[in-house]
Each structure stands twice: as structure tokens, then as C-alpha cells.
Write a protein that binds this ligand. Structure first.
Ligand SMILES: [Mn+2]
Length: 323
């Protein structure tokens, strides 16, 4: 391989993007800043190359408020507005087809589907794949793609890429060599990294505090779970989350997972269909395997799944899956 030869998957991805005239970029349900940042950055690059592009996610109806100042929001389309047939569908940060929700049918109408992701559990459901399970964020995969595709990373694109990088690395706690170099490149475009991080990660309404008091007050430690390494869990019932945003709900696991006595943390969030469960591990347990066994997926130290039925049954099932 010479220096100018691109990896096969990168070259194939660029070929698909260059060849298409109409593109739909799909983000995952319950979108986070990585999937939205990736989608909007890709849309801006595609528009510059003369493509007609839409970005969408199937649920919930509204974009999380904390992402309301990301550049490129004009590309977002409501699910019913998403074109049925396009030359290319790209999914970003979606480990499985199911993560697309009701928009997964758009994969069936497209001659080509490109999956861009960093989930270890990715099921490779496209016709082409650009997956780097070692990447910090899907926006980091997109940055590498843009370099190969000679897309200039200006401040607007950098804002979107930084949003995914800062959130998926937990404010640069889960990093690897190169993570800070990418952050430096993005910040050098003039974006306000502190303001972006504050809005995405460090801004909650006052009602967040009493919710935390109630939910954390009922957390439980199961010391003999996970082979004696311990499980700590908390339950967020509908009554706890009333009037709060997804940002407040998603924040809980980041507090619960700091428990010294437990390798694994879980937060059970009551949703319409039952429970949405977030799992975190520190260093020894691979929660992507646990989540996959329970019908979900994710990363080695951060994963999730959904479940129906009684909370007690679900806690018992998780304890059993942890071994
Ligand atoms: Mn991600």
C-alpha cells in the first residue's frame, strides 16, 4: 500500500458519496449529540458537493433542546418528510437497523446503504460499512472520512464534530492518542468549546435537583452481582421524570456509575413500552455483550437495551445476565 492509497472501506464510502445525487442521512432514535453532530456535518459536506440531502431521526418528535444551536439544523426533516427513494442512505452512529426506528424502511428503498459507526456491536446491516470500533465517536470517524475526501473542516462542521467528540468521550475522560489532537484541530477553527460543552452537558433546569434526590435516594447496591464485582442500579419512574428533558434523564447514569463498590451501573428508565436500560462498566465487564444478550447493544463500557414487564423481573434478568 502506498501513502496515497486509502483504506478500502474509506475509498468505497467516498465513491458512494461522490456518485449519489440524493442522499438521506439517518440518525438513531433518542438521538445524542454524536449521531446528530455526525449527520449535520455530513449533510453540510454533501451540500457543498452539490448533493440534495436530508437528515432525520424517527423518535421522539423534537430534537433535544441542548442541540438547538448546532449548525446545519436546516437539513433536519420530520420522519414523514423523508424521501422514500434516494440514491444513497447513510446511517450515522447506529449500531443496528433497529436503532433507526420507523425510518428503517428507508434502507429497503435505497440501492446503496452506507453505515458509518463506532459501535463494537455493529451488525453491519448496510451494503457498505465504515466502522471503526476504536474511534471515540462517530464524529471522529467522520473527521477521518472528511480528510480523505478533502472536505474542509470549517467552524460550522467543527462545531458539529466537537459536539459528538466531547459528549462521547465524557468530556475527554475516555480518550486515546489522537483524541486531543482532533479536539485541538476543531477548536482552532474558532468554535467556543466551553460553551458547546456547557450547553450539551452542564445545563439543567432546577427541577433536575429534586429528581436526582428522589432517584438516587432509592438506588441499590447488589454486591454479589457480576461475579462479586458489584452492580449498582437506580430506577427512574414516569413520575420522577415528569416535565424533565432527556438530558436530565440521561444524566443519572453518570452519577450512579461513580459508585466505588460496583463494577457495573444500571439505570432503568420507565418508557411507554416498558423500560429503557442504560449500562456502564468500569474496566472488567463487557456490557456490550450483556446488552446484546438482552436484545440491545453498545460499546464495551457503555451499552443499553429495552425491556418490557415488571421492574423486579428485569432487575433479576440483568443480575442473571451479569453472571
Ligand atoms: Mn457515538
Amino acid at each position: 500500500m502506498t501513502e496515497t492509497t486509502l483504506p478500502t472501506d474509506t475509498a468505497a464510502a467516498i465513491d458512494l458519496l461522490n456518485t449519489a445525487s440524493t442522499v438521506t442521512v439517518l440518525c438513531h432514535v433518542q438521538p445524542d449529540a454524536d449521531t446528530i453532530g455526525s449527520g449535520l456535518a455530513l449533510a453540510m459536506a454533501l451540500e457543498r458537493r452539490g448533493k440534495s440531502v436530508q437528515v432525520a431521526f424517527s423518535a421522539p418528535a423534537d430534537l433535544p433542546e441542548s442541540m438547538g444551536d448546532l449548525p446545519g439544523l436546516r437539513f433536519l426533516a420530520a420522519p414523514h418528510e423523508v424521501r422514500q427513494e434516494v440514491d444513497l442512505v447513510v446511517t450515522v452512529d447506529c449500531g443496528s437497523r433497529g436503532r433507526l426506528g420507523a425510518l428503517s424502511d428507508r434502507l429497503d428503498f435505497a440501492p446503496h446503504t452506507l453505515v458509518i459507526d463506532h459501535h463494537r456491536s455493529n451488525t453491519e446491516y448496510g451494503t457498505a460499512h465504515l466502522i471503526d470500533a476504536a474511534a471515540e465517536s462517530t464524529t471522529a470517524v467522520i473527521a477521518t472520512l472528511f480528510d480523505a475526501w478533502t472536505v474542509e473542516i470549517d467552524a460550522d462542521i467543527a462545531h458539529c464534530l466537537f459536539a459528538g467528540l466531547v459528549t462521547d468521550t465524557g468530556s475527554f475522560r475516555w480518550v486515546r492518542p489522537g483524541s486531543h489532537a482532533l479536539a485541538e484541530r476543531l477548536l482552532a477553527t474558532g468554535i467556543d468549546g466551553a460553551a458547546i460543552a456547557r450547553r450539551l452537558l452542564d445545563t439543567h433546569p432546577f427541577a433536575w435537583l429534586p429528581m436526582l434526590g428522589s432517584v438516587l435516594g432509592s438506588a441499590r447496591l447488589v454486591q454479589d452481582a457480576a461475579g462479586g464485582q458489584g452492580l449498582v442500579y437506580a430506577v427512574i419512574e414516569t413520575a420522577d421524570s415528569r416535565g424533565l428533558r432527556s438530558e436530565e434523564i440521561e444524566s443519572v447514569v453518570d452519577i450512579v456509575r461513580t459508585t466505588a463498590e460496583a463494577e457495573v451501573a444500571a439505570v432503568f428508565k420507565e418508557v411507554e413500552s416498558g423500560w429503557s436500560v442504560s449500562l456502564r462498566a468500569k474496566s472488567t465487564v463487557d456490557v456490550s455483550l450483556v446488552a446484546t444478550a438482552l436484545g440491545g447493544g453498545g460499546h464495551r463500557f457503555s451499552a443499553g437495551y429495552t425491556a418490557t414487564g415488571e421492574i423486579g423481573t428485569n432487575i433479576a434478568a440483568l443480575v442473571a445476565a451479569l453472571g
